[in-house]
Design a protein around this ligand. Structure first.
Ligand code: ASP
Length: 219
């Protein structure tokens, strides 16, 4: 099962709206005005989410208004989660405020099933963070799951999917960051990023650890 929302403005927790799309509609994805109407009809409140800090940053950006990619190891903010329950059932979630200073209407990888998130309960799940254009062009999370289906460990699958991006990365996006997390049906996990700075939390029943992912570019 899958559900997602994109271009949904004014809602504090869009991920909860995405879940309702999955659970209570015949669709997989709602977008823009329709997603907002659906959220409001289901009890979500419309709020102004613009902070003073963001308004100020936007005003400064407007002086030049350049649509350039600014996702590197310092500023990506997508949260991806994968979970395995005690019966081995796998679920995943992915939520983001998206790229800043983008063109109006730009949608990133996070709400695209197969790009930002993909789970196949027979195999495993994967989530992505970083520059969505690179993830979408390689259908990243789907690729990670398919690599696990063909026998790769979650760690190898994440590395191979990052190498796929690195092979095709346009020169203008050479500094960009992408990171993948993956889990398979046996509960093995993997994490790999283009560059340094991608870290993740791993929680078992008894312990929690915070780890740095391996990365491709050593700079
Ligand atoms: N993946 C997100 C996007 O491209 C950005 C992020 O990871 O912060 O919209």
């Amino acid at each position: 099962n899958a559900g997602s929302v994109s271009f949904l403005q004014h809602i504090v927790h869009p991920i909860s709206v995405a879940r309702l799309v999955m659970e209570h509609t015949p669709h997989v994805m709602l977008s823009g005005k329709g997603a907002l109407e659906f959220a409001l009809a289901n009890g979500f409140e419309k709020k102004n989410l613009l902070t003073e800090k963001s308004r100020k940053a936007w005003k400064e950006w407007r002086v030049e208004s350049k649509y350039k990619y600014e996702i590197n190891s310092e500023n990506h903010d997508t949260i991806g989660m994968l979970a395995v329950d005690d019966k081995g059932g796998i679920s995943g979630a992915c939520t983001t405020s998206g790229l800043a200073f983008k063109m109006h209407g730009r949608v990133g990888d996070s709400p695209i099933i197969g790009a930002g998130l993909y789970v196949d309960n027979e195999v495993g799940g994967a989530v992505a963070t970083g520059l969505g254009e690179l993830v979408m062009r390689t259908v990243g999370s789907f690729l990670v799951v398919e690599l696990m289906r063909s026998g790769h460990s979650p760690q190898e699958a994440c590395r191979l999917a990052i190498e796929r991006i690195a092979d095709k990365i346009p020169a203008s996006q050479k500094g960009a960051q992408v990171g993948y997390l993956a889990v398979n049906k046996s509960g093995e996990t993997g994490a790999y990023a283009i560059r340094k700075g991608f870290n993740y939390a791993l929680t078992h029943k008894e312990d929690d650890t915070f780890l740095d992912a391996d990365h491709l570019v050593q700079d």
